[in-house]
Design a binder for this molecule. Sequence first.
Ligand code: GLU
Length: 413
Amino acid sequence: MNNALQTALTQLDAVSKFMKLPDDIHQTLRNFDRILTVAIPIRMDNDSIRVFTGFRVQHNGTRGPYKGGVRYHPELTLDDLKALAMEMSWKCSLVGVPFGGAKGGVICNPKELSRGELERITRRYTYAIMPIIGIEKDIPAPDVNTNEQIMSWMMDTYSMNSGYCTPGIVTGKPINIGGSLGRTDATGLGIVFTIENAIKHKKMALKGLRVVIQGYGNVGSAVGKFLDESGCKIVAVSSSKGGIYNPKGLNHTAIMKYYQEHGSFDRFPKTEPVTNASLLELPCDVLVPAAMGNQITGENAYKIKAKIIVEGANGPTTPEADQILTNRKIPVIPDILANAGGVIVSYFEWVQDVQSYFWCENEVNGRLKNLMDRSYEEVYALSKEKGTNMRTAAMAIAIKKIADAISVRGLYP
Ligand code: GLU
């Protein structure tokens, strides 16, 4: 078993004990409704055939259709996807979105694939998982290394095989084929709402707030854009190749332009180079890990100088680090709360697709803010009442709603 799955199960076990969850429900939630492994044979550009491996993991569908992203990564494992699917169940339940958790992906390195190869992998993967996905069954979305274009190919493949247009089969699509206004930046905007809620309780303000963002991709760069506009100081950012630091603050537009031209932040003027590991230990008010999992561990949690950690990525903090940070009184706003903006607006996109009636951006963002604020207050109130950290409170709320749904539905047959 790898780290991510071990972390997810350790967290589930601890919270189940804390909330005195009945053993049968605990066991149900430790298991997975359905796991599919698929072979994806592709004709490469040089005319050879290569077989990739893909997966779709459906964790628990008691509260509604399965929902979760599709990840393309060379080091992807089934255990990673199990952990991530489990997290999606908690996330959807916590914020009151009527979906169950799922996650999928293909073991591949998109940076080494041509556009044609990427399209063929996506189409064959979609075809291979078709028996278990559907508008009312399981709705994929973007995740690490997947985007609007990949969602378009997935939607097209499913539609062509159905014989009619099925926009609601995926979320995170372009607007002109049934996407929702506000979806692209939704995860980032949700993180910004979370930061606002978290600093409010610490009597801090956005103006001049020093923020470090690990991973300036889909999610991290959206956070940076909104925070820069709000007068925060983005003091450090990174990509997978490393990062840059300037205690006086970085300009979002300038660093994005530089990254697009150079493919990295390396040697951006008037900055110090930092590694992805050392960036986590920089002095700042808010640290947003928005890259991969398992970044804040028992080894570096002692050295973190941030006043608050807001998890943009899925699973960036290990249970050991969580304990250290709780002891050090550094609040960690957990992923299932902080980065839920993505799946919230995915839900809005799916609702709009199913109704064929589309909302304006203000409506999307206003409803997103309502759900994010309400969820934050619920988690904060429970953490105060029970004297626990925010992760335990968030997971307890999420698991309770799933457990109640399992109980009231009863056991089949
Ligand atoms: N991949 C995103 C997440 O981890 C979004 C999932 C979705 O919209 O279904 O939350």
